[in-house]
Write a protein that binds this ligand. Structure first.
Ligand SMILES: *Cc1c(COP(=O)(O)O)cnc(C)c1O
Length: 390
């Protein structure tokens, strides 16, 4: 489908782009090539050998083409996890002596990698508030090489000034990287705004079924090629069976993400109107301070929302335990609703002072809204909130 695929709608491309033509033995669904190694001619270069670690099996090839098509980039690469995509990309773009500008509210794993691991490679960083372009220029150094942000932050759903980030990077010759996990290409295609590298934890919406861990890097052919060569050495490649599951999940990406968008908005509206809820964080709400920016940038705001019930951390924990449908577990982007209290789970390593600085109250509840029927989800939250002491 290459060539004309981009003229088709995303739902069609998710199904047809990158599929092998002619079909392999006529198979409508691409078979799994569970073979670690493949015959090679005498002149094959190392990085082109057919070998699972070198991400060269037919399962990798069709997935790469489909993902590049969906993210509107020349090329894409799948990795063994979202963190493998993020770390391998940063370790390719940055070298000893370089400086990185990063958003101050990163995904925990990324935050730890930037603040703990990159330092040991001689790579320095400074934080920016990606919503406020005012002081970015002051933070530039002669050795600044790249800027790294996330589409929507977790758990407070901040929306960066994405147009400004991409143009700031271009104006100063920086490589711009964005973690687009929260939006998926259904809601946002950062490459069309000028971002150089688009990263994903495909564990979330792209796969959509909470049954694998995987990652994606998408960008120009040259950049993706150099990241692939680094991945070939670091070894964080995706196995063919996981490729097959991700490939299958991608075919329903559009229909799933639109349902996540609709369910999260409806649940956010119900919570926002509830007398026992102090605050809802969801930029899809018209009253959200970031609503205007989000509506300009995104087709939808995704399935993640957070809210503060009018109570303390312990009662918020009890509220979570009263829910029948939403399971208490980290992660997001699967068909089933999941719920966490960040202060007790994902952000438990932070002190009370640090939590306060980043705006995470003990009673904050994060909901990864699934695609169950919205009436059932609303009823479940109604009954759980009704149990709060007067
Ligand atoms: C989950 C997640 C990651 C890490 O991905 P893994 O697949 O768990 O390695 C990175 N960024 C964001 C925004 C995530 O939600």
């Amino acid at each position: 489908m290459s060539g004309k695929a981009n003229q088709l709608h995303l739902d069609t491309r998710a199904i047809h782009a990158g599929e092998p033509r002619p079909r392999i033995r006529g198979a409508i669904t691409q078979p799994i090539f569970q073979s670690s190694t493949f015959e090679a001619g005498p002149d094959t270069g190392y990085h082109d050998l057919g070998y699972i670690r070198l991400s060269n099996t037919p399962n990798h090839a069709s997935l790469h083409a489909k993902l590049a098509d969906l993210e509107a980039t020349e090329a894409a690469l799948v990795t063994a996890s979202g963190m493998a995509a993020i770390t391998t990309s940063l370790l390719t773009v940055l070298h000893a002596g370089d400086h990185l500008l990063v958003q101050d509210t990163l995904y925990g794993g990324t935050h730890n990698f930037v603040t703990e691991d990159l330092r040991t490679f001689g790579i320095d960083h400074d934080f920016i508030d990606a919503r406020e372009p005012g002081d970015w220029e002051q933070k530039l150094k002669p050795n600044t090489r790249a800027v790294y942000v996330e589409t929507l932050t977790n758990p407070l759903l901040q929306v960066a000034e994405h147009v400004a980030v991409a143009s700031f990077a271009r104006a100063h010759g920086l490589v711009s990287l964005i973690d687009n996990t929260m939006a998926s290409p259904v809601n946002f295609t950062p490459a069309l705004l000028g971002y150089d590298l688009v990263l994903h934890s495909a564990t979330k919406y792209l796969n959509g079924h909470s049954d694998i861990v995987a990652g994606v890097v998408a960008g120009s052919r040259t950049r993706v090629q150099s990241i692939k060569q680094r991945l070939d050495h670091l070894g964080g490649s995706l196995d063919p069976h996981a490729c097959f599951l991700l490939h299958r999940g991608l075919k329903t990406l559009g229909i799933r993400v639109r349902q996540h968008n609709a369910n999260a908005l409806a649940l956010a509206q119900m919570l926002d109107a509830h007398p026992r809820v102090r605050r809802v964080y969801y930029p899809g709400l018209t009253g959200d301070p970031q609503h205007a920016r989000a509506s300009t940038l995104f087709q939808g705001c995704g399935g993640l929302l957070s809210f503060e019930p009018e109570t303390d951390g312990d009662a918020a924990q009890a509220l979570i335990e009263r829910l029948q449908l939403a399971a208490p577990a980290p992660s997001l982007g699967g068909v089933e609703s999941l719920i966490t209290r960040p202060a007790a789970t994902t952000h438990a390593g932070m002190t009370a002072q640090q939590l306060q600085t980043v705006g995470i109250r003990p009673e904050l509840i994060r909901v990864a809204v699934g695609i169950e029927h919205i009436d059932d989800l609303r009823a479940d939250f109604e009954q759980a909130l009704a149990g709060l002491a007067a």
